[in-house]
Design a protein around this ligand. Structure first.
Ligand code: 48F
Length: 256
């Protein structure tokens, strides 16, 4: 006999236990696209307490959609080892260009991040940050469904030593800091420079080079780095996203 109330209690207790335990952590990752998932995986693998909030129902960000909904991604030679690290199968299409299934890649990144110990909460939007003495100290979250329905519901706060903006093209967390903190970002203009038009060759290295701390205790990775520092976009080549997520994890682990 299956008792429905036991199912309800199992779900509620298990979820709330993890949520309460995540109110204070070492690292909060905002966004569960490829760069955020990679960052979460490498940090959790080092034994650090990582909490990731993703607005959408499913993880992967822009990855599952591949290029114009053709569910394939391309990864360049420099990131090939990372495909192996995540057990993502690929084929060499032309020398140095590896093609993989974007659904397999998204699922593999999610699976590895979770199994490394990252706590991942989907359907939650980061709508604000906590700033203390000009340092980011956490985030403010709400249900995505409340945001979508435009319901007036007060959010709740989660603290961490470091926050990673992995929200992709809109660089939402850095945008909030720029708007509300009154301080300068560590960019050439002191503000968000804004994403430029497509140039994949330049964009990939630019993204990795600009994966860094942009405001005290706020790091950017993936397309958020690119947009914050004013790089060109790159379309469905994903090596830069993976390498950026790995780099931000290394920078933060070094600081901790
Ligand atoms: O956009 P996204 O995949 O960012 P990424 O990791 O990778 C970029 C590539 O997918 C692609 C590209 C490079 O090849 O150009 O676009 O840099 O993932 C960002 C995730 O963040 C979530 C959003 O739903 C997406 O899954 N997100 C955005 N804003 C918030 C958020 C927010 N305020 N709170 C929570 N999640």
């Amino acid at each position: 006999m299956i008792e429905e109330t036991i199912i309800s209690k199992a779900i509620i207790e298990s979820y709330l236990h993890e949520l309460i335990d995540s109110v204070e952590s070492e690292i909060i990752v905002g966004g569960g696209g490829p760069s955020g998932l990679c960052a979460a995986y490498y940090l959790a693998k080092r034994g650090l307490k990582v909490v990731l909030f993703e607005r959408a129902l499913k993880l992967g960000g822009g990855m599952p959609g591949g290029g114009i909904m053709f569910n394939r991604i391309v990864v360049q030679e420099e990131a090939r080892d990372m495909l192996a690290e995540f057990d993502i199968r690929c084929q060499e299409y032309k020398k140095g260009y590896f093609v993989a299934n974007s659904l397999e890649a998204s699922a593999a990144l999610t699976d590895k991040a979770l199994k490394a110990g990252a706590r991942i909460f989907n359907l939650i939007t980061i709508e604000d940050v906590i700033v203390r003495e000009q340092q980011v100290a956490g985030v403010v979250i709400n249900w995505t469904s409340a945001e979508m329905a435009k319901l007036h519901i007060d959010p709740i706060s989660f603290k961490s030593k470091v926050v990673i903006d992995a929200t992709g093209h809109p660089c939402e967390i850095t945008r909030i800091v720029e708007k509300k903190s009154g301080g300068r970002l560590d960019t050439p203009s002191g503000k968000i420079e804004g994403e430029k038009s497509m140039w994949a060759d330049v964009a990939e290295q630019f993204t990795i080079d600009n994966t860094k701390e942009v405001f005290p205790n706020l790091y950017v990775c993936g397309m958020a780095s690119n947009a914050v520092f004013g790089g060109p976009r790159m379309g469905p080549i994903f090596g830069g996203m993976l390498l950026s997520g790995k780099k931000v994890a290394e920078l933060i682990a070094h600081k901790m």
